[in-house]
Design a protein around this ligand. Structure first.
Ligand SMILES: [Zn+2]
Ligand SMILES: [Zn+2]
Length: 228
């Protein structure tokens, strides 16, 4: 089982790939996911179930969902596909309703949409379980600041009860983010805000490092493109 960031820039896209011999998993599915997957995987079709865990409905975390589901149809993918999203993510619900309602042929794969809330546990197989942790996030507009709160979840993947990987998605610093990352073998932590620019819905690099220190290893991701 391996994990790698396919791409991550705040306001553009984020997608993390987890590969296992028994399934393929995406943590978030921003724009460009098909391109990134085609560059990484050497063999198609993908001969295993696919699990897509979306942290929240912002376009930079979900913008590739519609096209990826179409891509799987084109591949004649036949294994189960499940999309997991936070309860109340109306944009994800709308993307899926739209996709499913315009298909002229039956989907080539069994499809399921699973809505999650804080503390839900999903068993992928005997050895692998994913737990959701409520995060703290809202939209923002340059020049205006924070907008509406969005349902958002961080995910921890457990392998044989070990917290193998934690992923925050977008979040401000809070106790539940600490719980998510605590003692993880590896954590992907967002660090969208600039140094000293603290707010309640994204992390500064200082806050992200503080969180990361709770894990055994970590990587900061989802920095902002203006800060590069
Ligand atoms: Zn984001
Ligand atoms: Zn966001």
């Amino acid at each position: 089982m391996r994990h790698e960031v396919l791409y991550s820039t705040a306001g553009i896209a984020t997608q993390i790939l987890v590969t296992d011999e028994n399934f393929l998993m995406l943590l978030d599915i921003g724009d460009g996911t098909i391109r990134d997957i085609v560059e990484k995987l050497t063999s198609f079709p993908i001969n295993k179930p696919i699990h897509i865990f979306i942290t929240h409905s912002h376009y930079d975390h979900s913008g590739g969902l519609y096209s990826f589901l179409g891509f799987l149809c084109m591949l004649n993918h036949s294994h189960p596909v499940r999309v997991y999203s936070p309860e109340g993510s109306i944009e994800i619900d709308a993307i899926l309703d739209s996709f499913l309602s315009v298909q002229k042929n039956p989907l080539s794969y069994p499809f399921e949409h699973v809505k999650l809330t804080d503390g839900d546990k999903v068993e992928l197989n005997e050895a692998t379980e994913v737990e959701s942790y409520q995060m703290q996030h809202q939209g923002s507009i340059i020049g205006i600041g924070g907008t509406d709160e969005v349902p958002s979840l961080g995910y921890a993947i457990f392998r044989s009860k070990e917290k193998w990987l934690a992923y925050t998605g977008d979040t401000g610093y809070h106790k539940n983010a600490e719980r998510l990352v605590d003692r993880a073998s590896f954590a992907y932590i967002e660090a969208t805000n600039k140094i000293g620019e603290s707010n309640s819905y994204h992390l500064t690099p200082e806050e992200a490092h503080r969180l990361g220190d709770l894990a055994k290893n970590y990587q900061l991701i989802h920095t902002r493109y203006e800060s590069r």
